[in-house]
Design a protein around this ligand. Structure first.
Ligand SMILES: *[C@@H]1O[C@H](CO)[C@@H](O)[C@H](O)[C@H]1NC(C)=O
Ligand SMILES: *[C@@H]1O[C@H](CO)[C@@H](O)[C@H](O)[C@H]1NC(C)=O
Length: 303
């Protein structure tokens, strides 16, 4: 989340710090949303306020894609709480950082003192992991880029020098040890058990999300093992429209509700741009929008 600041980023943050958990009132988009699912997609709806599930991804414009990315389901979670939030001051600019939204509605909430968290991509910023550990969760933290070996950071925070990817391999340029979510889970069964559900899986892994998520959908790992998922998604300022569409299709598969293998049934409850990543974008003809957004979902099977 660290990046060059944009002085024009205007944010209103209403934050109240209660011990470890910082509660932020999240603005919900009021975009109207059509209930029809993918298979009901009449093209006559083109031009209405909302696009998702109406238009095929391969014909979405950049504007529609950004509307889809910024959209969130305003009724899906009553109590979305930010864990790990800190206010960073940098170059005279003040903005939030380190946060991940977790839904604490009764049926979906991690159980205090009895919960499991996987946290991918630490970048030496432990605030989320520490807040989840304060909530009583066992937190498995992964980052191959820190030059630190496996260790227990505290009684409840367990660090591994591994990256999340779509396949088991050594990273082609850096040589880091990369693993699929299933392989990592398998490796850790002696620690957390072979059937334990991951209450929150967070990833901020600099583009590897686009390989990891499809693999986790195809293998059934997300549907079977994960209750809540939070991802910082990434784009490059000069990515072509095709790259955006390809990635939006991955998110739509995650949110699809059909019985097909690869349809995740995940319900979005939060979408917020990373305030540090506002850039002029080629697909928008140079207009500014965000190259990083933090999205969060829960597995509808548990709600
Ligand atoms: C929005 O959230 C509700 C739960 O409040 C859920 O039933 C519905 O399927 C969600 N809609 C979409 C499109 O995610
Ligand atoms: C961390 O602690 C657990 C017990 O909670 C132990 O099984 C594990 O081997 C420790 N890991 C390291 C790298 O020391």
């Amino acid at each position: 989340m660290m990046a060059i600041l944009n002085r024009k980023a205007s944010l209103i943050v209403l934050a109240a710090n209660f011990a470890v958990v910082v509660i932020v009132l999240v603005f919900h988009s009021h975009t109207s949303y059509h209930k029809e699912q993918l298979h009901l997609c009449p093209s006559v709806h083109v031009g209405v306020t909302w696009i998702n599930d109406i238009k095929a991804t391969e014909s979405m414009t950049a504007e529609e894609i950004y509307r889809y990315l910024h959209w969130t389901n305003s009724t899906s979670c009553q109590t979305a709480i930010d864990f790990g939030l800190r206010i960073l001051k940098n170059d005279g600019v003040i903005a939030p950082d380190g946060y991940t939204a977790v839904c604490l509605d009764q049926s979906i909430s991690p159980v205090f003192n009895n919960c499991l968290v996987y946290s991918f991509g630490i970048h030496n910023q432990w605030t989320f992991d520490e807040d989840m550990a304060d909530f009583g969760c066992h937190v498995y933290s992964f980052d191959p880029s820190m030059n630190v070996g496996n260790h227990n950071r505290s009684e409840r925070i367990h660090f591994y020098d591994i990256g999340l990817d779509g396949k088991n391999r050594l990273h082609p340029t850096t040589g880091w040890k990369m693993r699929t979510a299933s392989s990592i889970y398998h490796m850790l069964t002696s620690q957390h058990g072979a059937t334990t559900i991951i209450d929150v899986l967070k990833m901020d892994i600099e583009f590897s999300e686009w390989d990891a998520i499809p693999q986790m959908l195809q293998s059934g790992f997300l549907t079977d093992k994960v209750k809540q998922l939070a991802v910082e998604i990434h784009f490059n300022p000069d990515d072509p429209l095709e790259a955006f569409r390809h990635r939006v299709q991955i998110l739509r598969n995650l949110e699809a509700t059909s019985q097909n293998r690869g349809a995740g049934g995940f319900v979005r409850f939060s979408s917020r741009p990373n305030p540090w990543l506002k850039r002029p974008l080629k697909v928008l003809g140079g207009r500014e929008d965000y190259t990083g957004l933090e999205l969060a979902w829960y597995n509808s099977k548990y709600y």
